[in-house]
Design a protein around this ligand. Structure first.
Ligand code: PMP
Length: 402
């Protein structure tokens, strides 16, 4: 007997459940398109060459150690992270109006921001896009924050529902918090254009919203660090105070090292100092301090111009390979197989994921009969495609929709 007998079994994680099915499958052509991690053209995890180099340099340095970082994290990393997302022309940086701390990757940054909002934006709900990364609402539940939704994805066009999004923002409770994916929206791969972002900023201003960006794919989405941060920088220029959750999992391939930061643009230097100190205090209570190894690796790269250039090159390698796979799927479907339907969204969507528009029944059939493991929502991780399986995938998709 156990006093915990009544603890209910939680529902299994949708993504990890499918990974398990993939592992158990003995199909010779099985394809894993479920997990959001970059794979190289052999389907293997890829340690970025620049990360390998920086890591060696780091551990061979006589001063390398495993001491605790402070509550606010590793300063050379945190400062570089803020500069990375806000850019060298940021007025907030020049004026010292940036509060920032290291976090336990992007997830930890989101949790920390929620904790801050809970303390200092009491009772303000957070608006999340529909759909969004399932952890966004899940973390809110654990942090005890109320969530609302705004329309985002239009299943008909497999693109952005801009009108619905603007309408929902303009109807939001004044001064609520809105979470925006800065680039490479997960799970849809659908991003607003700069023109659309301007309208979104306008709508947020009209309701006086607190803006919270989640940027988990800077540089990984388009291959261009500035372009992927465009929305964040535009909102800063428009005068918003901003919170920005930064993940270095994808763009540095540091998944398991839990490397991230929370960068906040606030109204004054004095406020910035207080916000940083509060974020440090909350960090102390949550995790005491963050893992150091990944942050030190990233800091080496971010603060060395030659390594930074090499990193940009590595980002190109990843984003180009993903774009090539999108193009190949599109070409095989439309030019060779003459698959019924419009598949331009496969090419237009950006980043790790694509919302294929397949129905749940089609996804189930793909898993069962073709060993193509994608989520029931029709989301595929494009990074799971490579020269060896892209044709099989396209042919399977064709089979599923006929
Ligand atoms: N936000 C989004 C939208 C993501 O897709 C991810 C990664 N799947 C994260 C945040 C954070 O990931 P991590 O905690 O590994 O940095």
């Amino acid at each position: 007997a156990s006093r915990y007998e009544s603890v209910p079994q939680p529902p299994g994680d949708a993504i990890f459940g499918i990974v398990k099915e993939f592992r158990a499958s003995t199909h010779p052509s099985k394809v894993n398109l479920s997990i959001g991690a970059y794979r190289d053209d052999q389907g293997q995890p890829w340690v970025l060459p620049v990360v390998k180099k920086a890591e060696l340099q780091l551990v061979q340095s006589p001063s390398y150690d495993h001491e605790y970082l402070g509550m606010e994290g590793y300063a050379p990393f945190v400062q570089a992270a803020s500069l990375l997302v806000l850019g060298k022309d940021s007025k907030a940086i020049k004026e010292g109006r940036v509060a920032a701390v290291q976090t336990v990757s992007g997830t930890g940054a989101i949790r920390l921001a929620y904790e801050f909002y809970k303390n200092y934006r009491k009772d303000a709900p957070i608006l999340l896009p529909r759909p969004t990364w399932p952890n966004h609402p899940q973390i809110a539940v654990e942090a005890g924050i109320k969530t609302l939704e705004y329309r985002y994805y239009d299943a008909k066009t497999k693109g952005l529902d801009l009108a619905g999004m603007l309408e929902d923002i303009k109807a939001a409770p004044p001064r609520s918090i809105i979470l925006l994916h800065a680039c490479a929206h997960n799970p849809t791969g659908v991003d607003p254009t700069p023109e659309q972002w301007k309208q979104i900023a306008e709508a947020c201003l009209s309701r006086d919203l607190d803006v919270f960006f989640d940027i988990a794919y800077q540089g990984f989405a388009s291959g261009d660090l500035g372009r992927d941060a465009w929305a964040v920088r535009h909102f800063e220029e428009r005068g918003f105070e901003l919170f920005v959750a930064q993940s270095f999992s994808k763009n540095f391939g540091l998944y398991g090292e839990r490397t991230g930061a929370l960068t906040c643009v606030v109204g004054s230097k004095e406020t910035a100092a207080k916000v940083t100190a509060q974020l440090g205090r909350l960090t102390r209570a949550l995790v005491s301090n963050c893992p150091s190894h990944g942050a030190k690796i990233a800091a080496v790269v971010l603060n060395d111009p030659a390594l930074y250039a090499e990193w940009e090159d590595n980002l190109q390698t990843m984003s180009k390979r993903i774009q090539t796979m999108r193009d190949q799927v599109f070409d095989i479907l439309t030019k060779e197989l003459k698959t019924p339907g419009d598949w331009t969204h496969i090419k237009n969507q950006i980043g790790m994921f694509s919302y294929t528009g397949l129905t749940k029944a089609q996804c189930t059939a793909l898993r069962k009969d073709r060993a193509v493991f994608l989520l029931d929502s029709g989301r595929i991780s494009v990074a799971g495609l490579n020269e060896g399986n892209v044709r099989y995938f396209a042919e399977s998709l064709d089979w599923a929709v006929r």
